[in-house]
Structures are given as C-alpha cells and as structure tokens.
Design a binder for this molecule. Structure first.
Ligand code: ZN
Length: 345
C-alpha cells in the first residue's frame, strides 16, 4: 500500500510538471485528490489495516496529499505569472525605438552677415543700437536734413501709417535718436535693422530689406578715420587683398559724401561678370556727418564732427555667397538657407 501511494504521488507530480494550462492542472487535481480518486480509494481501504499500521499510513496519505496539493499550487502560480508576463510583453511599448529626427534650422545668411559686421565693430569699440521700424517722419527725414518737400525724399518713397508716421526707409533715424540720447557725449554705434521702400520686387529690389550703418561722433573725427575704418571692414568681409576706392556722391545727411567700391574679389580687378567688367564692386555709401544733422542732434558742429556709413545687408550677402536673386532671402525655403551650413566659420 505504501508503494502504491508513492507511485501515485510520482505520477501526480509528473503530470503536474508537464501541465501547460490551468485546465489540465484541474484535471490532475480531480483525478488524484478528488472523491473518486485513487488516494481517496486508498483511504477507504485503511480499515483493513492493523491498528498499528493505520496512523502510519494515515500520516503517509496526508503527506502525499500535501505534497501534491503544494505542487499544484506552485504550478498554478507559475502559470498565472507566465500569463501576466505574456500579456505585458504583448502590450509593452518598445521605448528603444529610435526617435524621428528633428530638423534643426540654420542661421539665415542675412543674420550671418549682420553678426559678422557687428562682431567686427564691437571689437573696434562700437555699441549696437536699434530703433523702431515704424518711425516718425521727423526722425526718418527732417532730423537728417531732409525737410518736407526736399527732392531727395522722392528716392525714398515708403509706406505711410499716417501723415507723420511711416515705415522707416533707412536705419539712419537711429542716428538722430542716438544723438539726442547721448546728449552731447561722443559715441560710436553700429545699427542693423529692417527698412522699407515703395518698390516693385524683382531680382535686385525688395520692398523690405536690411541695412546696417555706423555712426561716429566726437572731436577731431576726419575723413581719414572714415577711410581707415572702411578699409578695415572691406578686408575683414571680403578678404585681406581687397582694396577700396572712394568716389564722390551725394546724401543729404553727409557732406562730403562718398560711395565706396572694393576691388573685385572674383577676378581681382581684371574684369568679370560680378564686377560688370570694371574691376570694382560698389558696396556702400558714406560721408562726414552734415553740420545741420549734428546741430539738430544737439552737437556743436564747430567742436564736434563725425562720419557715417551704411550698406544693404542683402547686397553684401548676395556678393559674399553668390546669391543671384534677392527674393531667395524671403521665401522661407529651408533648402536655400541650409546651403549656408558649411560656410560657418
Ligand atoms: Zn570682377
């Protein structure tokens, strides 16, 4: 009988071991531990045993039942754990998937040119000054020696908000504002910004563009100071071999006024399509600050003098990077802007 029990126990444990789901386990439970199972049968047969053997067998039957029950419970727990694992794996989010690349922008070529010029002039002791794009007629024209009805106003027609308020046509009103702000003290400023003209857009014209200009006011500021400053800038922006040339010109706010050309950086002066076969490229306008402008800004023209220069940022960028159409700067096309990645110094 003892042997029978041992054998039943082995069988039950083996079947539990190979069971692969809860249903099979339940079948094993019913088959071995149920009221009609062989272990129960054995218990019923205990009456035939001698009184000495009975407790021994009773204990043995209990041990077998306990062993089988324990094994069953372990297996149930194991299968349940497995089921949870499977479900978790099925529902899991794979966080190791690589993310989608974010397209990183690029500094706009106009920003690049402005920053390059700013850096150069900051190194020479200039401050960066800015002013409003919606400007008073007074600061845009009158304070710069362009009274109402002055014929030079025709070259700078703009968008009017009211009779006295307009979109500035140049960055020069910042000059007038700064002079009032500095209250008679000498200063050096560089002012970048957007300006506007009533112009029809084409490959070289835009109703909105950028200028950057400089102004120095102090005692004993001379034309030679202007020339030296422009020479330094031309070499820095377009290469050490560049030469500059000043030609007489007219601006209402400077006297005398000049246009500055640089020797062609493409052909070196022998003539090509960039310099229109002249060997020179026009870059900017400049001059000595007109005494009327100094006076309106609160500076005594007998004691103070100054120079100013201004250039179109688009023109510089077009020359520097070989851009053929000014409108490319405003189309917001990343294919255009991303081309300037590798030119980053
Ligand atoms: Zn050339």
């Amino acid at each position: 009988m003892e042997q029978q029990l041992k054998q039943l126990e082995q069988e039950a444990l083996a079947k539990i071991e190979v069971a692969s789901n809860l249903k099979e386990l339940n079948e094993v439970r019913v088959a071995y531990l149920g009221k009609k199972g062989p272990i129960t049968d054995l218990l019923k047969g205990m009456g035939k045993l001698s009184p000495e053997e009975r407790p021994k067998m009773g204990a043995l039957v209990n041990t077998v039942r306990e062993n089988v029950t324990e094994k069953l419970e372990q297996k149930v727990a194991q299968l349940e754990e497995l089921a949870i694992q499977e479900q978790l794996e099925k529902e899991a989010i794979d966080v190791t998937l690589p993310g989608r690349p974010v397209r990183i922008g690029n500094r706009h070529p106009l920003t690049r040119v402005v920053e390059e010029i700013e850096d150069l002039f900051i190194a020479m002791g200039y401050e960066v000054a800015e002013g409003p794009e919606v400007e008073k007629d007074y600061f845009n024209f009158e304070a710069l020696n362009l009274p109402k009805g002055h014929p030079a106003r025709d070259m700078q027609d703009t968008f009017y908000i009211t009779e006295e308020t307009l979109l500035r046509t140049h960055t020069s009103p910042v000059q007038a504002r700064t002079m009032l702000e500095k209250n008679g003290e000498p200063f050096r400023i560089i002012c970048p910004g957007k300006v506007f003209r009533r112009d029809n857009d084409d490959a070289t014209h835009s109703h909105q563009f950028m200028q950057i200009e400089g102004l120095v006011v102090g005692e004993n500021i001379r034309m030679s100071d202007l020339k030296g400053t422009l020479n330094t800038m031309a070499k820095k922006m377009f290469g050490e071999e560049r030469e500059i040339r000043l030609r007489p010109s007219f601006f209402p706010f400077t006297e005398p006024s000049v246009e500055m050309d640089i020797s062609c950086f493409k052909c070196g002066g022998s003539g090509c399509n960039v310099c229109k076969h002249t060997g020179w490229i026009e870059i900017l306008g400049a001059g000595m600050v007109h005494p009327n402008v100094l006076e309106m800004g609160g500076y005594d023209p007998k004691k103070y003098s100054g120079f100013a220069f201004g250039m179109g940022v688009e023109r510089i960028a077009m020359l520097k990077y070989g851009v053929e159409d000014i409108r490319h700067f405003y189309t917001n096309d990343n294919r255009f802007v991303s081309q300037f990645h590798r030119t980053e110094g």
